[in-house]
Design a protein around this ligand. Sequence first.
Ligand code: NAD
Ligand code: WQD
Length: 353
Amino acid sequence: MTSTSRAETVLVTGATGFIGSHTWVDLLAAGHRVVGVDNFVNSSPRVLDRLRKVVDGDIDFVRLDVRDRAALGDVFRRWKIDSVIHFAALKAVGESVDIPLEYYDTNVNATLGLVRVMAEHGVRRLVFSSSCAIYGAADKVPIAEDTPARPTNPYARTKWMCEQILADLCARDPSWHVTSLRYFNPAGAHESGLLGEDPRGVPNNVMPYLAQVAVARRPELSIFGDDYPTPDGTGVRDYIHVVDLAEGHRLALDHLDDQAGHRVINLGTGAGTSVRELLAAFSAACARDLPSRVVARRPGDVAALVADAALARTALGWSARRDVADMCRDAWEFQRLNPGGYDDEEEPDELVG
Ligand code: NAD
Ligand code: WQD
């Protein structure tokens, strides 16, 4: 394992999103220069002000749609980009069943366009956002990277297709260095309380849902089934703190040159947490017993998804440092300070100035 960790100019797509914004902060703190791009389809322009506060300085940002190759080309002409972290994508599993073509266009077509523009500008270093979703219902946990992909919905298929496109590209031209990071369940927020997860509409995911129950925006958590073959019957997942995830991206960037071609690395903690355990941890964080009710299983859910996190340790020197209690504390702090999310009319007093 060797590492470059020289200062680079990094193009970050989807930069104002949940994971992109935290990674932006981490890259700047490590001395890299970041050019962020996003079209705000699933994020708020207010994130830019929050970022300026967190990093206490100016930031480079261009509003664009990553499907717009001409606009991407302008970014490569304006800055001397060394590498790319590609987060921009649509990510709601249920929505991907309803509007599959939007998902294939935004997730697959845009990735194809991006690598073409990169090639035109001689940039061949890429970290790609993949997902544990591609494993589907794996036969055994923890799940290692060589587990066969069995994506079960259009969203997961877009990620699997992108990985295959990137693998084919790298097989043909080994001057490319590409790492696809398959992350498990990102959660938590920046410790400042300025950045966090702010989904539009009703949250699909359990952690932002719990946070909204905690500020009484939702009456109770619906627990989707308690008859799974898990210790307490509820679904088990590998939750990973978004700041650990951000560090994982920076290290993946530092280690891109270790190996030519395409490689795939899980980012997870290796520890499983059930819905009931998460509910208890969040209740402890906000010092209130959060109400819940068991309802039917959610179609498509699996009993347990937990990462085998060994490769990230050996290949990147990365392992998660934060646990579920940290995630709940930080998610609660963000939600407490931003009860209506980024686009609340008024800034809470603590954030003004
Ligand atoms: P997010 O929705 O918060 O961030 C994605 C960002 O991409 C948003 O700011 C959105 O506005 C932007 N975007 C979408 N389409 C765009 C387009 N056409 N042009 C420009 N910008 C566009 O999601 P996130 O949780 O930060 O996820 C980031 C990446 O990680 C995604 O690729 C997602 O599929 C992947 N991922 C997420 C999870 C998760 O559960 N959060 C898990 C595994 C993988
Ligand atoms: C976690 C657990 C639910 C909501 C999703 C995507 C996956 C990846 C990560 C992008 C499960 C239970 C949930 C609720 C509940 N994303 N639950 N009540 O489904 O593991 O993974 O995010 O790549 O593709 O599918 O995450 O947070 O939705 O669910 O009981 O209101 O919480 O059944 O056991 P999931 P989740």
